[in-house]
Design a protein around this ligand. Sequence first.
Ligand SMILES: C[S@@+](CC[C@H](N)C(=O)[O-])C[C@H]1O[C@@H](n2cnc3c(N)ncnc32)[C@H](O)[C@@H]1O
Length: 269
Amino acid sequence: MRRLQLFEFEDQPWLPASIRDSVTDFLQRGLILRLGVYRPVVPLLSRVMRQIGTSHVVDLCSGSAGPWSQLLEELDEREPVRVTLTDKYPNGLALAGLAGAGGGQLSYLPEPVDALDVPEHLKGLRTIFTGFHHFGPADARRILASAAEQRAAICVFEFTERSWKTVLTTPIVAPLAVFLTTPFARPLTLARLLWTYLVPVIPFVAAWDGVVSNLRTYLVDELRAMVSDAPAKDYAWEVGRLIAPGSRAPITYVLGYPAAPSPADLDSP
Ligand SMILES: C[S@@+](CC[C@H](N)C(=O)[O-])C[C@H]1O[C@@H](n2cnc3c(N)ncnc32)[C@H](O)[C@@H]1O
């Protein structure tokens, strides 16, 4: 199936924050955390963090924080980890929730951070969950290449999949899941109830963005071709597809890290 770079509502600056935040919140709580989609990547993350000697993560395209609360529970058994969440459109609900939690291992930058131009002061392992497909091939290559040029490690994970199965099932499963999980959303605002049940904008956006996400997801061979163009001097790339026993969805991944980090490469945030 050919990759289609269609638009997602989530990427549109004009999308009201209440709709965008509700859709990423559904993605996070309704799918990723509920199904433990990204649990299988913990050993990969842990290995890269040890390789580059950092315990600080700069998460890009964070949305509502993705899988981080769950991953931290498991990573913490190995080492204490700190995560700085960032997004081009920082998520108001997640920001308020984390501020209420009084800080800790997870923090969210209130200012926009574009994954295409990561500020130099943000040091640490860069991660992108369910966000890499938002970028067309040239920009996606640029994200990987600039991590390698700056000798920063990067881990990209996607549970979306470009296949007929996901493209045909998502328009049914996504809105249904929004309808069923919304009563458990917190905070459950009047606006969220209105835009879900009375005028079903949120289920529609979740369905559209879900289908387009699958249509835009890169295949392993395309990711391999991408990293073969990226700088590779003393820098290692690993590309693959993780199918963990009992897991709900295969995860495609790209790991990039300085192969033999010098003391200057080791992050001390
Ligand atoms: C599908 S959501 C993924 C959220 C989260 N990582 C997860 O797994 O649930 C994609 C996120 O990418 C963000 N995004 C899109 N373009 C971006 C860019 N150029 N730089 C940073 N974030 C971007 C969107 O605002 C959205 O929150």
